[in-house]
Design a protein around this ligand. Sequence first.
Ligand code: TMO
Length: 329
Amino acid sequence: MKSNIGTWIIYSLLVMLLWYSSGSIASARPKNNDPIKIVINNWTSQAILSKIAGRLFEKQGYLVEYVLQDTYEQWGALHRGEVHVQVEVWEGTNAKLFSRMVQAGGGVGAGTNDAKTREDWWYPSYVEPLCPGLPNWKALKRCYALFATKETYPYGQYLSGPWEKPDRARIRALEMDFKVVEVENGEALNKKLFEAINNQLPIVLFNWSPNWIEAKFDGKFVEFPTYEPECESDPTWGVNPELLYDCGNPKTGWLKKVVWSGMPDKWPCAFTTLKKMNFSNKGISELVFMVDVEKKTVVQAVAIWLKKNELLWQSWIAQCCSKPWLKNE
Ligand code: TMO
């Protein structure tokens, strides 16, 4: 009898000790009040997903700031911890600098979206009969003069954005008589596309999917020689045995998220949430459509999305961090 009571007391003390210490470990980790700095780039879906991530972090009690940067500047800033979160890393555009930063230990991947991405030369469908053989790239090689503009004459114009694609190298490797004209952001590309479509003028420009364009206009990506990693590392690969980049971009590319290497320790719940955040092609193009076509603001689109998808984003807010009193905020 006595020994039973003794065992019981020791057991109870042990349980209490364990319970107490686990509680104190959890509460000993104060929430970090430094703001999480989220990079905003220059195309619509990236701005929208950034603000969705930001709102979810705020719902968990974190402070958030947004920092406008282009995709070139962001890598150094992420590496140095001057900014902390990038919600859209596209394989076709950002793969090289992304893997360089992760390999150097400056950044940590935060998961991959379900969305499959494509980024490449694109034309509205009324261009196709003007240049027989499209979407094959060899047709463009023949029809370059159709795309000549004041700026590029006698060469054809390829309109691109300010992102990291080696289009000039590709044009050289594939011996195409095109010149690249760069505009400053996604909005400017949209504007040029609208102008061309309104006047039914030939145009070939950088486009990507998911985006809003596929939901509104008929058109196709140009089919370049199929991408393989060797195309960008081994000159002998492909139709030009002397030069790199004689291929298109990946057709089913990934869409990743990345953070500064110190982010997971400093804001663990935000990191967990970001890893769970996941969008499909349809989800992204619907969001972009609201802004680029229906002309809602990014803030309005985010508010509409949050309201419609509460169950989904609640499931992204990590359990250990959920604050029931914030639920109906
Ligand atoms: C990086 N982007 C989606 C504009 O191709």
